[in-house]
Design a protein around this ligand. Sequence first.
Ligand SMILES: Cc1cc2nc3c(=O)[nH]c(=O)nc-3n(C[C@H](O)[C@H](O)[C@H](O)COP(=O)(O)OP(=O)(O)OC[C@H]3O[C@@H](n4cnc5c(N)ncnc54)[C@H](O)[C@@H]3O)c2cc1C
Length: 325
Amino acid sequence: MMDDFLEQAKRAVPQIEIKSDEPLRKFTAFKSGGNTRYFVAVNSIDQMVSIVTCAWNNALPVRVIGSGTTILARELGFSGVLIKNNCRRFELRGMRGKFADNQVNLPQAYLFAEAGAITNQVVRFVVDQGFGGIEYTLGLPGTIGGAVSVNANFPKENIRIGRAVYGAKVLTKEGIKDVDNSYFHFGFDTSQILREKSVLLSLLFALYPEEKKKLSERAEQVVTYRTNTQPKNFTTGMTFRNMSFTNLSPNSSLPDDVSLEFLLEKVGLLGYHVGDVEIWKENPHYLLNHGGGTMDQVETLLQHLKETVFGKFGVQLEVQLHSLE
Ligand SMILES: Cc1cc2nc3c(=O)[nH]c(=O)nc-3n(C[C@H](O)[C@H](O)[C@H](O)COP(=O)(O)OP(=O)(O)OC[C@H]3O[C@@H](n4cnc5c(N)ncnc54)[C@H](O)[C@@H]3O)c2cc1C
């Protein structure tokens, strides 16, 4: 017998396929976890709004994912509706400028992007059009909505995507809202979207014209940095909040610019693993899954790192995980 959610969702979006008990490993880069009770892939914002509304009306938890590159799923699975966002349209909009001295001078442009747009496609497009502002996200896996939800960072220069957000359309339990940058309260790997579990439908970025050659060179440097510092397969990114440790006690024997790599190397835990989960030895801000990794293994591993580093240096590592609850 069809339950109320299925019945209402089918009525609202007859053409959509809703799957039950799908393995979460199919939708996450880390490839772990049990099943999701329901799985739906949406191709338009109307479909997204209808499915989310039906789920909320039936008191089911909702989680929207882009490419699932941050998500760690538990063996118990997810008891709600997992929605894969395939809404991928984007375009330049509302260019403002003037014509003077026979030259078109464009001081600003806006990029409209549905939240499921693939970050690399969007960034290549705007760089190619000679607009800067989000080139630091080139080489980032996933979608623009995922990147903005976690306020993705270019770690080398600590430049976050949130600073380029001009506005957005967001679905909350009160309805659809047009919001500006201040709504997001962007933080370290987080935003209001994650805090209130709302749904990011589309974004508007403020961009600035730049000489194309300089822009492309900068963007390629960003890609090279990412290629050289990031793992390829079965990974989840950004496990620790502390990128630098600025509030060490004045009596600390550690250097001022101490890094996570330094601390883990000193305690002999770079590349440490529990079961199939490894803290990547090349860059310990990433976790690798060698096949059968589980959330329990992730938590045991991170706890061991935290306790060991605290025991030896008195430094409290702060962990940042995006788990599917
Ligand atoms: C190899 C590798 C390299 C990485 N490099 C970096 C890096 O340089 N800098 C960095 O900051 N991160 C990095 N990451 C982490 C991650 O890939 C990025 O932050 C990426 O932008 C996330 O996009 P996504 O589509 O995969 O998001 P997802 O993992 O699908 O989602 C991220 C979070 O946002 C939520 N979400 C996604 N879309 C929506 C929506 N439309 N509405 C509401 N909530 C939504 C999800 O539920 C989840 O909580 C890396 C990860 C890997 C595996």
